[in-house]
Design a protein around this ligand. Structure first.
Ligand code: FES
Ligand code: FES
Length: 214
């Protein structure tokens, strides 16, 4: 009796077609993964700041020019990039520190149009047209220290030093607005700059000394 073939019988042509389509599928997956990985590198998502699946538009860098320490600096920035990130990671101005990264500690303090701001809480693209001054820009043109920096050395103010750039910028900003502050005014001006080493009195002494020596 002739054996009847079932409908799922072995068909060499069909099996070959299946293997080809599986191979194409796997190729497609790997290619897509490669493109996605490359996109992450190009758009700077590797810092984890946009790992929650933000829109493609929010991960595209745009070239802007910002004025930092008196110089026009062209830089590619993401729409959600903070000024602290740009200063440190793209402009090499690592004097600005990042402590809390949420506007609480003052380690990232810079001046924007003369007013102290937490640069971790400012989007870089919003400072176009403004004048940004970091701790690298408070001294003289030939590298002379600002009187606040000199006084901080003399008063041995920095301990670990992590909060120091923020304390310097806050002190310089105060003396620009008020060259003869009282001790309480100095204390208020530094209120947003936390110091884990507890060197508050040293910083206040330094700024009072800088004001007296000016
Ligand atoms: S790092 Fe900006 S306030 Fe703490
Ligand atoms: S000197 Fe260490 S945090 Fe201020």
């Amino acid at each position: 009796m002739q054996k009847k073939f079932s409908s799922d019988r072995y068909d060499p042509l069909s099996t070959e077609r299946d293997a080809l389509s599986r191979r194409n599928f796997i190729k497609g997956v790997i290619a897509a993964g490669t493109v996605a990985g490359a996109a992450g590198l190009v758009t700077g998502c590797s810092d984890g700041s946009d790992s929650s699946g933000g829109s493609a538009a929010s991960s595209v860098e745009r070239l802007i020019t910002i004025n930092v320490n008196g110089n026009s600096r062209p830089v590619d920035v993401l729409p959600n990039e903070t000024l602290a990130q740009t200063l440190r990671n793209k402009l090499g101005l690592t004097g600005t520190k990042i402590g809390c990264d949420r506007g609480s500690c003052g380690a990232c303090t810079v001046m924007i149009d003369g007013v102290t701001q937490n640069s971790c809480s400012i989007l870089t693209h919003t400072v176009r047209g403004a004048s940004v001054v970091t701790v690298e820009g408070v001294g003289g043109a030939n590298g002379e220290l600002h009187p606040v920096q000199q006084a901080m050395i003399e008063e041995l103010a920095p301990q670990c030093g992590y909060c120091t750039p923020g304390q310097v910028v806050s002190g310089v900003s105060l003396l620009q607005r008020n060259p003869n502050p009282t001790r309480d005014e100095v204390r208020n001006a530094l209120a947003g700059n936390l110091c884990r080493c507890g060197a508050y009195n040293n910083y206040i002494n330094a700024i009072v000394k800088a004001a007296e020596s000016a």
